[in-house]
Ligand binder design. Structure first.
Ligand code: IMP
Ligand code: MG
Length: 187
């Protein structure tokens, strides 16, 4: 049986480096909320692994919610955004922490933030596992971030290519032939 590891050209961030960064962000979040209630809103599917590791390092009360956002635009234009929030109706008056795998153009996060503020959230803060500042198309910076990456397409630790590689425990770059086999150019 073929292993996913064989498709990785190089490891960018090891599990150890990732968890060190998450510990730092978890401490900063405890300070930020300073005893206030908050809800961690994990953006599906990419942030599920990051969210699970993050919340287990935050030793104060919090709630957990999930949101899925599908955009019908391409990667540079903003199309219609369809949002499903679970559990429904738990937005008004809450302090929300939006958690995503990567802040790329920033469109997803920026539109979710606007939407939740419009729906009556008291505060919306943003937390990302990876930040790719070189690709930003909107004026948004994450309030909390674990690591920064150059303009490279990366997989693992929740991040996928064509739905795969989310379950790798580290972040890596795929071998070019994997993209070529799929008929796409890696950015
Ligand atoms: P944004 O709205 O452009 O910031 O989109 C962020 C989304 O694009 C992420 O949640 C990922 O699903 C996807 N994405 C952006 N860069 C990468 C990458 O390097 N690897 C895998 N997915 C990526
Ligand atoms: Mg995603």
């Amino acid at each position: 049986m073929s292993s996913l590891h064989a498709d990785i050209e190089r490891v960018l961030f090891s599990e150890e480096v990732i968890l060190q960064g998450i510990n730092r962000v978890a401490k900063a979040l405890v300070e930020h909320y300073d005893g206030r209630d908050f809800t961690v809103v994990s953006i599906l599917k990419g942030s599920c692994i990051f969210s699970a590791d993050l919340i287990r390092r935050i030793p104060v009360p919090l709630e957990l919610a999930f949101v899925s956002a599908s955009s019908y635009g391409d990667r540079t234009t903003a199309g219609e955004l369809e949002i499903s929030f679970f559990p429904t109706g738990e937005i008004e008056g809450r302090n929300l922490l939006l958690v995503d795998d990567i802040l790329d153009t920033g469109q997803t996060m920026s539109r979710l933030k606007t939407e939740f503020l419009e729906r009556g959230a008291a505060e919306v803060s943003t937390c990302v596992f990876l930040d790719k500042p070189s690709r930003r198309a909107v004026d948004l910076d994450a309030d909390f971030k674990v690591l920064e990456v150059d303009d490279l397409f990366v997989v693992g630790y929740g991040l996928d290519f064509a739905g795969r590689y989310r379950n790798l425990p580290y972040v890596g770059v795929l071998r070019p032939e994997i993209y070529q086999a799929a008929g796409v150019q890696a950015s």
